[in-house]
Design a protein around this ligand. Sequence first.
Ligand SMILES: Cc1cc2nc3c(=O)[nH]c(=O)nc-3n(C[C@H](O)[C@H](O)[C@H](O)COP(=O)(O)OP(=O)(O)OC[C@H]3O[C@@H](n4cnc5c(N)ncnc54)[C@H](O)[C@@H]3O)c2cc1C
Length: 395
Amino acid sequence: MRDTNVTVIGAGPYGLSAAAFLRAAGIETRVFGEAMAFWKNQMPAGMFLRSNWKASHIADPEKKVTLDAYRVSTGNQVSVPIPLEQFAQYGLWYQSQMVPDVERCSVTNIDIGDRGFNVTLGCGEVFASRRVVLATGIGSFAWRPEEFAGLPPALASHCSEHSDLGRFKGQRVVVIGGGQSALESAALLHESAAEVEVIVRETALNWVGVHYRLHHLGPISWLLYSDRDVGPAGLSRLVSVPRLFRVLPREVQNRAAYRSIRPAVAGWLRPRLPGVRITLGRKVVSATSLASTLRLGLSDGTDRLVDHVLLATGYRVDTSKCEFLPQRLRSRLQTMNGYPVLKRGLESSIAGLHFLGKPAAWSFGPLLGFVSGTEFAAKELVRSISRGDGARRNG
Ligand SMILES: Cc1cc2nc3c(=O)[nH]c(=O)nc-3n(C[C@H](O)[C@H](O)[C@H](O)COP(=O)(O)OP(=O)(O)OC[C@H]3O[C@@H](n4cnc5c(N)ncnc54)[C@H](O)[C@@H]3O)c2cc1C
């Protein structure tokens, strides 16, 4: 049993970056999780990051473990757009440089204790921590629309359940969704010799990165777009300042967030889509399992007989799905639409319990759902902890 000041749960970009900044500030920290696990196991091989180069560095206090430094120091190639596998390797290198002692162990329970929190590990250890930082990502928030509830995994699965879409070779697959994940999965399925159709609710796809000229207008482009690469022209600047986002009226926040993260597809994917059937403005209204196949009924009255339906239907943050938070703690957590409501320092209504990454997006905006939000999150966290915010006890 080794008590600590701060426990960071999660070793993805947010957890690693937070740990690096905390330690640089002299704050004793233990970090748990499997480094870059989501990127290695819950995204299909062959994918590319939609974020651009500048927005894909995992933040560190001295800017010395950037993607550029990784390339120079290891001699490894990193192409653009950045392949998922290369980004995951970069993340592992970052971890080896900045947080070499990540404890590859899962946290199974967090509860309020005499000295802050009691943290229980899968291996049975229980220790006290003054603060807990949750950076557990979106993996447990995969969203399955109710039409597909109850279907066996052999017939319906969420994108996050696959690291290799090659297993669908020769099969008829329908992909549900109109965002990057749906269209890129469809391209990968097509390239793996599956017969694929994408069904999109909206009547048109939204393309991003296609306004080439707007990005090459010198100072005007600078005014329109932040390096963080989240959101369209103009809004990109607004959402790159999470502290400003947090104090805007809710209605403005909602609009800015929706416009910044609505389903959209990177322009560079276009040349890979001609062989993919894309059906726009249609919705699946029923899904019936027929032994080893599936009949999908569409809103236009037609149907499809397929071997599998792949749900690229995104993620919905819902803190009630955080199994390591006992009911006693969850009932004290102030939430809105499943998101924790956070104050300065990304601290929740439970003093000393902080949320980083996508769960922080309700309060601090869409930037927190992307790697480029790691700098803000880590600095904000360290500033607040150094000042001793929220150090009062939870009764
Ligand atoms: C298909 C797809 C494409 C994306 N493309 C981009 C992109 O191009 N650019 C971008 O910026 N973002 C992209 N994202 C978003 C991306 O997921 C986030 O930016 C990023 O993963 C956030 O990192 P994180 O540290 O919050 O979580 P993750 O990287 O998911 O890390 C979660 C960590 O928590 C650990 N963990 C979870 N539960 C426990 C537990 N109980 N105990 C211990 N450890 C635990 C895991 O082991 C892991 O280490 C994409 C997402 C998807 C789904």
